[in-house]
Design a protein around this ligand. Structure first.
Ligand SMILES: NC(=O)c1ccc[n+]([C@@H]2O[C@H](COP(=O)([O-])OP(=O)(O)OC[C@H]3O[C@@H](n4cnc5c(N)ncnc54)[C@H](OP(=O)(O)O)[C@@H]3O)[C@@H](O)[C@H]2O)c1
Length: 360
Protein backbone atom coordinates (compact mmCIF):
# COMPACT_ATOMS: atom_id res chain seq x y z
CA UNK A 1 0.00 0.00 0.00
CA UNK A 2 1.38 3.41 -0.98
CA UNK A 3 3.17 5.17 1.82
CA UNK A 4 2.50 2.31 4.22
CA UNK A 5 5.66 0.26 3.99
CA UNK A 6 7.82 1.71 6.73
CA UNK A 7 7.14 0.06 10.07
CA UNK A 8 8.11 3.19 11.97
CA UNK A 9 6.45 5.80 9.70
CA UNK A 10 4.85 7.36 12.76
CA UNK A 11 7.99 7.44 14.87
CA UNK A 12 8.19 10.69 16.84
CA UNK A 13 4.63 11.65 15.90
CA UNK A 14 1.66 11.83 18.20
CA UNK A 15 -1.99 11.51 17.21
CA UNK A 16 -5.25 11.49 19.15
CA UNK A 17 -7.99 8.87 18.69
CA UNK A 18 -11.42 9.69 20.15
CA UNK A 19 -13.46 6.83 21.61
CA UNK A 20 -10.29 4.73 21.60
CA UNK A 21 -11.87 1.67 23.23
CA UNK A 22 -14.54 1.20 20.50
CA UNK A 23 -14.60 -1.39 17.73
CA UNK A 24 -12.99 0.52 14.86
CA UNK A 25 -10.77 2.71 17.02
CA UNK A 26 -9.22 -0.23 18.90
CA UNK A 27 -7.98 -1.61 15.57
CA UNK A 28 -6.79 1.86 14.59
CA UNK A 29 -4.88 2.27 17.88
CA UNK A 30 -3.27 -1.14 17.32
CA UNK A 31 -2.21 -0.14 13.79
CA UNK A 32 -0.90 3.27 14.87
CA UNK A 33 1.17 1.75 17.67
CA UNK A 34 2.59 -0.84 15.28
CA UNK A 35 3.65 2.02 12.94
CA UNK A 36 5.52 3.80 15.68
CA UNK A 37 2.99 6.54 16.49
CA UNK A 38 2.44 7.72 20.04
CA UNK A 39 -1.31 7.71 20.66
CA UNK A 40 -3.51 9.81 22.93
CA UNK A 41 -6.74 7.84 23.27
CA UNK A 42 -9.90 9.30 24.75
CA UNK A 43 -12.31 7.05 26.65
CA UNK A 44 -15.30 7.84 28.83
CA UNK A 45 -14.45 5.16 31.34
CA UNK A 46 -10.86 4.44 32.33
CA UNK A 47 -11.69 1.18 34.10
CA UNK A 48 -10.14 -2.09 32.93
CA UNK A 49 -13.52 -3.22 31.61
CA UNK A 50 -13.19 -0.65 28.78
CA UNK A 51 -9.42 -0.29 28.45
CA UNK A 52 -7.65 -3.57 29.31
CA UNK A 53 -7.63 -4.66 25.65
CA UNK A 54 -5.90 -1.39 24.71
CA UNK A 55 -3.31 -1.63 27.46
CA UNK A 56 -2.44 -5.14 26.24
CA UNK A 57 -1.55 -3.95 22.71
CA UNK A 58 2.07 -4.14 21.62
CA UNK A 59 3.92 -0.85 22.39
CA UNK A 60 0.96 0.38 24.49
CA UNK A 61 3.04 0.59 27.66
CA UNK A 62 5.42 3.13 26.13
CA UNK A 63 3.29 4.83 23.47
CA UNK A 64 -0.37 4.85 24.52
CA UNK A 65 -1.73 7.45 26.90
CA UNK A 66 -5.41 7.32 27.83
CA UNK A 67 -7.48 10.40 28.70
CA UNK A 68 -10.93 10.37 30.27
CA UNK A 69 -13.07 12.63 28.07
CA UNK A 70 -16.66 12.94 26.99
CA UNK A 71 -17.20 14.52 23.56
CA UNK A 72 -19.30 17.24 25.17
CA UNK A 73 -16.47 18.28 27.51
CA UNK A 74 -14.30 20.67 25.47
CA UNK A 75 -11.57 21.03 28.12
CA UNK A 76 -11.13 17.29 28.47
CA UNK A 77 -10.97 16.88 24.67
CA UNK A 78 -8.49 19.75 24.35
CA UNK A 79 -6.22 18.15 26.96
CA UNK A 80 -6.17 14.92 24.93
CA UNK A 81 -5.50 16.70 21.62
CA UNK A 82 -2.73 18.96 23.00
CA UNK A 83 0.66 17.92 21.66
CA UNK A 84 -0.83 15.93 18.73
CA UNK A 85 -0.15 16.49 15.04
CA UNK A 86 -3.28 14.64 13.94
CA UNK A 87 -6.68 13.62 15.25
CA UNK A 88 -8.84 10.65 14.34
CA UNK A 89 -12.35 11.50 15.46
CA UNK A 90 -14.00 8.10 15.67
CA UNK A 91 -16.31 8.37 18.70
CA UNK A 92 -20.03 8.66 18.22
CA UNK A 93 -23.00 7.17 20.01
CA UNK A 94 -24.00 4.02 18.06
CA UNK A 95 -27.48 2.93 19.15
CA UNK A 96 -28.15 -0.77 19.68
CA UNK A 97 -31.80 -0.29 20.63
CA UNK A 98 -34.71 1.82 19.38
CA UNK A 99 -34.55 5.46 20.41
CA UNK A 100 -38.28 5.82 19.95
CA UNK A 101 -41.03 3.46 20.93
CA UNK A 102 -43.99 3.98 18.57
CA UNK A 103 -46.33 2.26 21.05
CA UNK A 104 -45.80 5.02 23.55
CA UNK A 105 -45.80 8.21 21.50
CA UNK A 106 -47.90 10.37 23.83
CA UNK A 107 -47.10 14.09 23.94
CA UNK A 108 -45.00 14.19 27.16
CA UNK A 109 -43.33 10.95 26.14
CA UNK A 110 -42.48 12.40 22.73
CA UNK A 111 -40.97 15.50 24.34
CA UNK A 112 -38.88 13.30 26.62
CA UNK A 113 -37.79 11.10 23.74
CA UNK A 114 -36.77 14.09 21.63
CA UNK A 115 -34.68 15.48 24.46
CA UNK A 116 -33.17 12.02 24.91
CA UNK A 117 -32.30 11.93 21.19
CA UNK A 118 -30.78 15.40 21.56
CA UNK A 119 -28.84 14.34 24.65
CA UNK A 120 -27.68 10.92 23.48
CA UNK A 121 -27.23 11.27 19.71
CA UNK A 122 -27.34 14.71 18.13
CA UNK A 123 -25.51 16.57 20.91
CA UNK A 124 -22.48 14.29 21.20
CA UNK A 125 -22.33 13.81 17.42
CA UNK A 126 -22.55 17.46 16.40
CA UNK A 127 -21.30 19.50 19.38
CA UNK A 128 -18.70 16.78 19.97
CA UNK A 129 -17.37 17.20 16.44
CA UNK A 130 -17.11 20.98 16.87
CA UNK A 131 -15.30 20.47 20.18
CA UNK A 132 -12.80 18.15 18.52
CA UNK A 133 -12.19 20.65 15.68
CA UNK A 134 -11.78 23.54 18.13
CA UNK A 135 -9.29 21.47 20.12
CA UNK A 136 -7.48 20.59 16.87
CA UNK A 137 -7.27 24.27 15.90
CA UNK A 138 -5.86 25.23 19.24
CA UNK A 139 -3.25 22.41 19.08
CA UNK A 140 -2.44 23.38 15.44
CA UNK A 141 -2.85 19.79 14.22
CA UNK A 142 -2.01 18.94 10.62
CA UNK A 143 -5.20 17.05 9.77
CA UNK A 144 -8.38 15.75 11.39
CA UNK A 145 -9.90 12.53 10.05
CA UNK A 146 -13.60 12.29 10.89
CA UNK A 147 -15.32 8.90 10.76
CA UNK A 148 -18.70 9.37 9.13
CA UNK A 149 -20.73 6.56 7.58
CA UNK A 150 -22.37 5.13 4.47
CA UNK A 151 -25.63 6.45 5.92
CA UNK A 152 -24.63 9.99 4.87
CA UNK A 153 -24.31 8.84 1.24
CA UNK A 154 -26.90 6.25 0.34
CA UNK A 155 -30.27 7.05 1.93
CA UNK A 156 -32.71 8.35 -0.66
CA UNK A 157 -30.27 10.95 -2.04
CA UNK A 158 -31.87 13.98 -3.69
CA UNK A 159 -31.10 14.70 -7.35
CA UNK A 160 -29.28 11.40 -7.81
CA UNK A 161 -30.57 9.04 -10.52
CA UNK A 162 -31.44 5.64 -9.05
CA UNK A 163 -29.24 3.77 -11.53
CA UNK A 164 -26.17 6.02 -11.13
CA UNK A 165 -23.30 4.59 -9.03
CA UNK A 166 -23.03 6.64 -5.84
CA UNK A 167 -19.77 8.48 -5.24
CA UNK A 168 -18.57 11.13 -2.78
CA UNK A 169 -20.78 13.81 -4.39
CA UNK A 170 -23.86 11.99 -3.19
CA UNK A 171 -25.57 13.01 0.09
CA UNK A 172 -28.44 11.25 1.88
CA UNK A 173 -31.67 13.18 2.31
CA UNK A 174 -31.64 14.41 5.91
CA UNK A 175 -35.34 15.41 5.89
CA UNK A 176 -36.25 11.90 4.72
CA UNK A 177 -34.21 10.44 7.63
CA UNK A 178 -35.90 12.81 10.12
CA UNK A 179 -39.36 11.84 8.88
CA UNK A 180 -38.30 8.20 9.25
CA UNK A 181 -37.08 8.89 12.83
CA UNK A 182 -33.70 7.56 11.77
CA UNK A 183 -31.79 9.63 14.32
CA UNK A 184 -28.48 7.83 13.88
CA UNK A 185 -28.36 8.88 10.21
CA UNK A 186 -29.55 12.41 11.04
CA UNK A 187 -26.71 12.68 13.57
CA UNK A 188 -24.11 11.33 11.14
CA UNK A 189 -25.24 13.57 8.24
CA UNK A 190 -25.34 16.66 10.46
CA UNK A 191 -21.97 15.97 12.02
CA UNK A 192 -20.24 15.23 8.70
CA UNK A 193 -21.69 18.40 7.15
CA UNK A 194 -20.62 20.35 10.25
CA UNK A 195 -17.12 18.82 10.23
CA UNK A 196 -16.47 19.78 6.59
CA UNK A 197 -18.08 23.23 6.85
CA UNK A 198 -16.68 24.18 10.26
CA UNK A 199 -13.22 22.87 9.28
CA UNK A 200 -13.29 25.18 6.22
CA UNK A 201 -14.45 28.13 8.35
CA UNK A 202 -11.75 27.81 11.00
CA UNK A 203 -9.00 26.58 8.68
CA UNK A 204 -8.57 23.00 9.95
CA UNK A 205 -7.83 20.35 7.30
CA UNK A 206 -10.71 17.87 7.70
CA UNK A 207 -11.00 14.64 5.70
CA UNK A 208 -14.03 12.40 6.23
CA UNK A 209 -14.43 8.68 5.65
CA UNK A 210 -17.71 6.86 5.04
CA UNK A 211 -17.43 3.19 6.00
CA UNK A 212 -20.05 0.62 5.09
CA UNK A 213 -21.35 -1.90 7.62
CA UNK A 214 -18.17 -2.89 9.45
CA UNK A 215 -17.52 -6.57 10.21
CA UNK A 216 -14.41 -8.46 11.33
CA UNK A 217 -13.00 -9.63 14.65
CA UNK A 218 -13.19 -7.43 17.74
CA UNK A 219 -10.33 -6.52 20.03
CA UNK A 220 -12.59 -5.59 22.93
CA UNK A 221 -14.35 -8.39 24.85
CA UNK A 222 -17.90 -7.20 24.13
CA UNK A 223 -19.90 -7.61 20.95
CA UNK A 224 -20.83 -4.40 19.10
CA UNK A 225 -23.91 -3.50 17.03
CA UNK A 226 -22.55 -4.38 13.59
CA UNK A 227 -21.40 -7.85 14.72
CA UNK A 228 -24.89 -8.44 16.17
CA UNK A 229 -26.08 -7.99 12.56
CA UNK A 230 -24.12 -11.08 11.45
CA UNK A 231 -24.99 -13.07 14.58
CA UNK A 232 -28.69 -12.46 13.87
CA UNK A 233 -28.34 -13.80 10.32
CA UNK A 234 -26.71 -16.98 11.65
CA UNK A 235 -28.87 -17.59 14.71
CA UNK A 236 -32.23 -16.31 13.43
CA UNK A 237 -34.98 -14.76 15.51
CA UNK A 238 -38.41 -13.14 15.38
CA UNK A 239 -37.55 -9.93 13.48
CA UNK A 240 -38.18 -9.05 9.86
CA UNK A 241 -35.74 -7.22 7.59
CA UNK A 242 -35.70 -5.78 4.08
CA UNK A 243 -33.79 -7.25 1.14
CA UNK A 244 -31.47 -4.26 1.33
CA UNK A 245 -28.25 -4.08 -0.65
CA UNK A 246 -25.71 -4.12 2.18
CA UNK A 247 -22.27 -2.64 1.67
CA UNK A 248 -19.69 -4.29 3.90
CA UNK A 249 -16.08 -3.57 4.88
CA UNK A 250 -13.59 -5.27 7.20
CA UNK A 251 -12.69 -3.39 10.39
CA UNK A 252 -8.96 -3.96 9.75
CA UNK A 253 -9.32 -2.45 6.27
CA UNK A 254 -11.10 0.57 7.76
CA UNK A 255 -8.14 1.09 10.10
CA UNK A 256 -5.77 0.92 7.09
CA UNK A 257 -7.94 3.43 5.20
CA UNK A 258 -7.96 5.83 8.15
CA UNK A 259 -4.19 5.82 8.38
CA UNK A 260 -3.81 6.11 4.61
CA UNK A 261 -5.97 9.24 4.34
CA UNK A 262 -4.13 10.71 7.29
CA UNK A 263 -0.69 10.06 5.82
CA UNK A 264 -1.20 10.83 2.13
CA UNK A 265 -0.82 14.63 1.83
CA UNK A 266 -3.14 15.02 -1.20
CA UNK A 267 -6.09 13.23 0.46
CA UNK A 268 -9.07 15.58 0.72
CA UNK A 269 -12.85 15.71 1.06
CA UNK A 270 -14.84 12.51 1.61
CA UNK A 271 -13.86 8.86 1.07
CA UNK A 272 -16.39 6.05 0.65
CA UNK A 273 -15.00 2.87 2.24
CA UNK A 274 -17.45 0.21 1.07
CA UNK A 275 -15.77 -2.41 -1.11
CA UNK A 276 -18.39 -5.19 -1.06
CA UNK A 277 -22.11 -5.14 -1.65
CA UNK A 278 -24.58 -7.98 -1.30
CA UNK A 279 -28.35 -8.17 -0.80
CA UNK A 280 -29.75 -9.60 2.45
CA UNK A 281 -31.00 -12.70 0.56
CA UNK A 282 -27.64 -13.30 -1.12
CA UNK A 283 -25.87 -12.84 2.20
CA UNK A 284 -28.19 -15.42 3.73
CA UNK A 285 -27.35 -17.91 0.91
CA UNK A 286 -23.63 -17.26 1.34
CA UNK A 287 -23.84 -17.85 5.11
CA UNK A 288 -25.91 -21.01 4.66
CA UNK A 289 -23.23 -22.36 2.32
CA UNK A 290 -20.38 -21.39 4.61
CA UNK A 291 -22.09 -22.46 7.86
CA UNK A 292 -24.66 -25.20 7.19
CA UNK A 293 -24.79 -26.06 10.91
CA UNK A 294 -26.37 -22.75 11.95
CA UNK A 295 -30.16 -22.32 11.84
CA UNK A 296 -29.97 -18.92 10.04
CA UNK A 297 -32.88 -16.53 9.56
CA UNK A 298 -35.91 -17.71 7.59
CA UNK A 299 -36.07 -16.72 3.89
CA UNK A 300 -39.61 -15.45 4.50
CA UNK A 301 -38.45 -12.98 7.12
CA UNK A 302 -36.83 -10.92 4.33
CA UNK A 303 -39.22 -8.53 2.56
CA UNK A 304 -38.73 -7.47 -1.05
CA UNK A 305 -37.15 -4.09 -1.64
CA UNK A 306 -36.02 -2.13 -4.70
CA UNK A 307 -32.37 -1.21 -4.45
CA UNK A 308 -30.71 1.71 -6.19
CA UNK A 309 -27.22 1.51 -7.74
CA UNK A 310 -24.40 0.73 -5.25
CA UNK A 311 -21.63 2.99 -3.95
CA UNK A 312 -18.08 2.98 -5.28
CA UNK A 313 -14.84 3.11 -3.26
CA UNK A 314 -12.75 4.05 -6.31
CA UNK A 315 -11.52 7.33 -4.81
CA UNK A 316 -10.03 5.47 -1.84
CA UNK A 317 -8.61 2.70 -4.05
CA UNK A 318 -6.87 5.36 -6.15
CA UNK A 319 -4.99 6.43 -3.00
CA UNK A 320 -3.58 2.89 -2.79
CA UNK A 321 -6.13 1.23 -0.46
CA UNK A 322 -6.61 -2.53 -0.69
CA UNK A 323 -9.03 -4.77 1.20
CA UNK A 324 -9.87 -8.33 2.20
CA UNK A 325 -12.44 -10.54 0.49
CA UNK A 326 -15.93 -10.65 1.97
CA UNK A 327 -15.54 -14.38 2.69
CA UNK A 328 -12.36 -13.76 4.73
CA UNK A 329 -14.10 -11.04 6.72
CA UNK A 330 -17.10 -13.25 7.44
CA UNK A 331 -14.89 -16.21 8.37
CA UNK A 332 -12.83 -14.16 10.83
CA UNK A 333 -15.93 -12.53 12.36
CA UNK A 334 -17.63 -15.88 12.89
CA UNK A 335 -14.43 -17.37 14.37
CA UNK A 336 -14.24 -14.48 16.82
CA UNK A 337 -17.93 -14.75 17.72
CA UNK A 338 -17.60 -18.52 18.27
CA UNK A 339 -14.59 -18.09 20.57
CA UNK A 340 -16.31 -15.28 22.48
CA UNK A 341 -19.43 -17.42 23.01
CA UNK A 342 -21.56 -14.87 21.11
CA UNK A 343 -23.02 -17.60 18.93
CA UNK A 344 -24.07 -19.77 21.88
CA UNK A 345 -27.79 -19.96 22.55
CA UNK A 346 -28.94 -17.18 24.82
CA UNK A 347 -30.74 -17.82 28.04
CA UNK A 348 -33.98 -15.93 28.51
CA UNK A 349 -34.64 -14.61 25.04
CA UNK A 350 -34.22 -14.87 21.28
CA UNK A 351 -31.54 -13.09 19.26
CA UNK A 352 -32.73 -9.74 17.87
CA UNK A 353 -31.90 -7.81 14.72
CA UNK A 354 -30.51 -4.42 15.87
CA UNK A 355 -33.39 -2.01 15.04
CA UNK A 356 -31.02 0.63 13.62
CA UNK A 357 -30.50 -1.61 10.55
CA UNK A 358 -34.16 -1.51 9.63
CA UNK A 359 -34.04 2.29 9.70
CA UNK A 360 -31.01 2.95 7.52
N1 LIG B 1 -19.68 -0.31 13.08
C1 LIG B 1 -20.16 0.05 11.90
O1 LIG B 1 -20.74 -0.77 11.17
C2 LIG B 1 -19.96 1.45 11.41
C3 LIG B 1 -20.26 1.73 10.06
C4 LIG B 1 -20.06 3.02 9.57
C5 LIG B 1 -19.59 4.01 10.40
N2 LIG B 1 -19.32 3.72 11.70
C6 LIG B 1 -18.82 4.82 12.52
O2 LIG B 1 -17.59 4.43 13.08
C7 LIG B 1 -17.40 5.05 14.34
C8 LIG B 1 -17.06 4.02 15.39
O3 LIG B 1 -18.07 3.04 15.40
P1 LIG B 1 -17.86 1.63 16.11
O4 LIG B 1 -18.63 0.62 15.34
O5 LIG B 1 -16.42 1.43 16.37
O6 LIG B 1 -18.68 1.88 17.43
P2 LIG B 1 -18.38 1.61 18.97
O7 LIG B 1 -17.59 0.39 19.17
O8 LIG B 1 -19.72 1.71 19.64
O9 LIG B 1 -17.51 2.85 19.35
C9 LIG B 1 -18.06 4.10 19.56
C10 LIG B 1 -17.15 4.83 20.51
O10 LIG B 1 -17.68 6.14 20.72
C11 LIG B 1 -17.59 6.40 22.10
N3 LIG B 1 -18.62 7.38 22.50
C12 LIG B 1 -19.96 7.29 22.35
N4 LIG B 1 -20.55 8.39 22.85
C13 LIG B 1 -19.54 9.19 23.34
C14 LIG B 1 -19.49 10.44 23.99
N5 LIG B 1 -20.60 11.13 24.28
N6 LIG B 1 -18.27 10.94 24.36
C15 LIG B 1 -17.14 10.24 24.10
N7 LIG B 1 -17.12 9.05 23.49
C16 LIG B 1 -18.31 8.54 23.11
C17 LIG B 1 -17.83 5.07 22.77
O11 LIG B 1 -17.33 5.11 24.09
P3 LIG B 1 -17.90 4.17 25.26
O12 LIG B 1 -17.16 2.89 25.12
O13 LIG B 1 -17.60 4.94 26.48
O14 LIG B 1 -19.38 4.01 25.00
C18 LIG B 1 -17.03 4.16 21.87
O15 LIG B 1 -15.67 4.15 22.23
C19 LIG B 1 -18.68 5.82 14.62
O16 LIG B 1 -18.46 7.16 14.24
C20 LIG B 1 -19.70 5.16 13.71
O17 LIG B 1 -20.74 6.05 13.37
C21 LIG B 1 -19.48 2.48 12.23
Amino acid sequence: MAGHGAAAAGSGRTVCVTGAGGYISSWLVKLLLSRGYAVHGTVRDLSDRKTAHLKRLEHASENLKLFRADLLDYDAMAAAVAGCQGVFHVATPVPSGNLTDPEAMTEPFLANQLSRIQREMLGPAVIGTRNVLDAALSAKVRRVIVVSSMVTIEINPKNWPKDKIKDENCWSDKEFCKNNEDWYSVAKITSEEAALEYGRQIGVDVVTINPALVLGPLLQPTCNTSCQFLIYFLKGGPDRMRNKLWHIVDVRDVADALLLIYEVPEASGRYICAPHFISARDLLSLLKNMYPDYPCIAEESISDMDNDAPMTSDKLKKLGWSYRSLEETIKDTVEFCKKGGFLDDMEGGPFRFPPVYNKI
